[in-house]
Design a protein around this ligand. Sequence first.
Ligand code: 4AD
Ligand code: MG
Length: 482
Amino acid sequence: MIIREKISNILKSTEYNKEVTVMGWVKTFRNNQFIALNDGSSMSNLQVVVDFANTPENILKKITTGAAISATGTMVESLGKGQTVEVKASKIEILGESDAEKFPLQPKKHSLEFLREIAHLRFRTNTFNAIFKVRNALSFAVHQFFNERGFVYLHTPIITASDAEGAGEMFRVTTLPFENTPRTDDGNVDFKEDFFGRSANLTVSGQLEGELGAMALGEIYTFGPTFRAENSNTTRHLAEFWMIEPEVAFADLEDNMNLAEDLLKYTIKYAIENCADELDFLTTRLVEEEKNKPQAERSDLTLMEKLNFCLENSFERLTYTEAIEILKRSKPNQKKQFKYLIDEWGADLQSEHERYLVEKHFKKPVILTDYPADIKSFYMRMNEPDEQGRKTVRAMDILFPGIGEMVGGSQREERLDKLQSRMDEMHIPQDELYWYLDTRKFGTAPHAGFGLGFERLVLFVTGMTNIRDVIPFPRFPKNAEF
Ligand code: 4AD
Ligand code: MG
C-alpha cells in the first residue's frame, strides 16, 4: 500500500513538524533547492525544500519539470510568498524521470492551440486542471439537481436505429465489410446481413427514448454522450458531446423553461461555491487574455461577475415573432451588417442574430419560444395558427452571451392525430417509430423536455472560448487523436 498525503490537505494544514510523504509531478526546480510540486489535488503547488548537501547528485539531476517524485520530510511554516506551509525533505525518490529536453510542457505559458495538439499532457497545466475540475463539479451538480427533485437517471441507448432529430448527420454503426458488401437484388446495401439486422447509428439525442421513460416514471433525465456527423468546424460544435436531457410528464412549455432556468442557475451556483480557486484562476486568466484585445472587444464584466449576473437576473423570455421584430429594426439589420438579413418572418436565426439579441439588445440570457413549425422538429407541439395563419410550435431555445444556443427543447406533441400528420408532412416513417407513437395511443399526456449541451455550459462557466478546450479529448472533423 502506498501511503501519501494529498497536497491539497497539506496546504490547508498547520500541523507543523508532522512527518509526511508527498508524491506528485515537478513543475519547477529552482536553485537545486526548491521544488514546486503538484499532484493534481490542488491548483496550488506545494513547495518542497531539498536538503541540497545530503541529496545524491544523481537524484538532484533527475528532479526535472515533468518528473514524478516522492518526497518525505517534515511540514514547516513557510516564509515564502503566498504559502503558509512547505515540506522540508529528508528523502527524495524519483518515481518517473522526465527528460527536460523532450518534455513538451516547459515552465512557461503555452498557447491553447499548442496544448490542443498535446491534449494527452495538457491536464498537467493549471488551466486544464482548473477546467476539468469545474467540468467535474458541474457534472456532479447536474446529478444532484435532478436527484433532489426526484428525477430518475435513465440510460438511453448509444446505438439506435432511429434518427431523433430527423436531420440525418449520423455516424453509422456497422460490421459489414467494405469489400463485397452484401447487396439486395436492387443493388442497395443489405442491412439484413448487418450486426443488428438493420441500419444502425450512434445516437444524436436520447429524447425519444427519454419520452418513453417519462411517460411511466414521470420525471427522467439522461446525461450521456451524443454524436453528430455534421461538418461544422466551429468553436461551438463537437462531433461527440455530452447532453443532459430531462423529460417531464404533465408539464408544459412554461414548466420546461422554469426547469431549464433553475438547472442552469443551480449548476452555476454550485461551481461558484465549490470551485473558488479554479474560478479565481480562470477569472484572472481571462482578464490577462483580454488585455491582448482592442478595448472595444473586451467584456465589461469579469468571469465571476458574469456568473453572478446570470444568477441574479431572470432570463428574458420572448417569442420568436417578437425577436424577429427586434432584429428587423436593429441597427446591424438596417445597416446591412448582418451576413443574413432578416426581412421575413420564418427565417431561421443564425448565430449573429442570437448574439445580437443576448449580447447587444438584452445583455442577458434569453429564452426564445414559439418558433415557426417549418424550422423545428416533428415532435414539437403545434400551436393554434396566429391571426395571419402562421404556424408555430411550442419550442424554446435558451441563448447565452458568448455561447449562443445553450439549450433546445419543447413541449411535445401529445395528440396522436396531430403528430401523425406532422410526421407525414416531414416524411418521417411512422412504422419505424411505432414505439414512439404508442405513448400517444396508450395514456398520452402533456409532457415537455429539453437538451442542454454540457460542453456549452462548461464553456460559459470557465470563460473559455473554444469548445475543444472543455472536453478532455475533442472529436471534430478530421480529428480523433488520442
Ligand atoms: O438543439 P438540439 O439539437 O436538441 C436536441 O437534440 C433535442 N432532442 C433535445 C431535447 O429536447 N431533448 O441539441 C440540444 C443542445 C443544443 O442546445 C446545444 O447546447 C447542444 O445540445 N449541441 C451541441 N453541443 C456541442 N456540439 C454540437 N455539435 C452540438 N449540437 C447541439
Ligand atoms: Mg437546437
